[in-house]
Write a protein that binds this ligand. Structure first.
Ligand code: GLN
Length: 195
């Protein structure tokens, strides 16, 4: 049985917890979904979800608690949404602690102040999704020489979903919709890693 950890340090955690549980039910698999706060709890997980929130705050806590080290040492797949995308980046336009698992350069608040929040239909792996964007980041650049990086979705010429190996970063908030497909996609990624 796999264990999926929802990192519970700051931000929109409960929505991820609920939608991940629903995704597990829809997939009809044996999986435990747990809220995790400390490195030793994270180490026992097969996959970690990092929610939206304030990436500087979340990043500082992650670093202070050694959660980044445990994720890297155990090669745990990470799915980051919004602030979670920022934290997965190697580089951002701010000076902030990052986990840095993905060869992406992320711009915070990339869609400008005037539309701090908006919804837009977008195509993700050739299927239609409702993207909920809240002070959303976007991928400014990524290492195009790496063949393990795959762009999953773009909006207005900006990359808003991207995958590298078993890590997935998305700029929007699927946990604020009833659509479980992206969570299922990540859970499938975890299942592929544990076999
Ligand atoms: N702009 C925020 C940040 O970079 C992220 C916003 C969000 O997660 N909704 O930390």
């Amino acid at each position: 049985m796999i264990k999926i950890g929802i990192l519970n340090v700051q931000g929109a955690v409960s929505e991820h917890y609920d939608i991940t549980k629903t995704a597990v039910e829809n997939m009809n698999i044996e999986a435990k979904v747990e809220s995790v706060r400390y490195a030793d709890e994270v180490a026992k997980c097969d996959g970690i979800i990092i929610s939206g929130g304030e990436s500087t705050v979340i990043g500082k806590i992650i670093q202070r608690r050694g959660i980044d080290t445990v994720i890297k040492e155990n090669n745990i797949p990470v799915f980051g949404t919004c602030a979670g995308m920022v934290l997965l980046a190697k580089k951002t336009d701010f000076d902030q602690p990052l986990i840095g698992l993905m060869d992406i350069d992320v711009e915070r608040n990339a869609f400008g102040r005037q539309k701090d929040s908006f919804e837009s239909m977008l195509s993700f792996l050739d299927e239609d999704y409702l993207g909920v964007f809240i002070r959303a980041p976007a991928v400014k650049d990524y290492d195009k020489s790496k063949d393990n990086i795959q762009v999953l979705s773009e909006l207005d010429g900006k990359v808003v979903a991207i995958k590298q190996d078993h890590n997935i970063a998305i700029a929007f908030h699927p946990e604020l919709t009833d659509d479980t497909r992206i969570h299922e996609y990540f859970i499938q990624e975890i299942l592929d890693c544990v076999v």
